[in-house]
Design a protein around this ligand. Sequence first.
Ligand code: G3P
Length: 218
Amino acid sequence: MKFFIDTANLDQIKEANDLGILDGVTTNPSLMAKEGIKGEAAVLKHYVDICNIVDGDVSAEVIATTYNEMIAEGEKLAALHENIVVKIPMIKDGIKAIKYLTSKGIRTNCTLVFSSGQAILAAKAGATYISPFVGRLDDISFDGIQLIAEISQIFAVQGYQTQILAASIRNPVHIVKSAQVGAHVITSPLNSILALLKHPLTDSGLAQFLADHAKNNA
Ligand code: G3P
């Protein structure tokens, strides 16, 4: 399973990349706004800055919501760097745009996926990735991980090549469960990735080893 970081914060992207386990980055307009990146030129430059840090796929989301505007914006984003993946919302024109961009060899990430039906449509259109939002489903009392499991089963049965990118990850358990049920990729905030490191028995065990070594070499 690939690890993407879900942020537009360059320091956090660098920190995750330095760990040596980072395969890519996802962003969205809310994450860009959180970093105060405003205006087209600044946004485009920020995507290039991210691509220059990470050797992996970088999802850049379109703002347009009509077919013609989405494909124009998608082509512009894709031209920024070979690692850009164009993120397209799961709407009717979005499916058409995914089909078109795929036919032009441009990779896509269909975002805001909340059902298996939406996942099937995006796969049929040729999306490189689909992003089901695990945490936002959990927020409204639906089981986000169960959706990943269902899509994983459908894609295996049907032989779809589209990769399942578990998004809206909120904690380390979401990462582990996504791996268990067949996500190809998770995209997560840095804190949930770092939380995977933690176990109290690791900390106490290491402290004991170092104490015994110090005693033995005093
Ligand atoms: O990749 C989508 C993700 O950013 C949404 O996460 O936490 O806003 O639901 P969240």
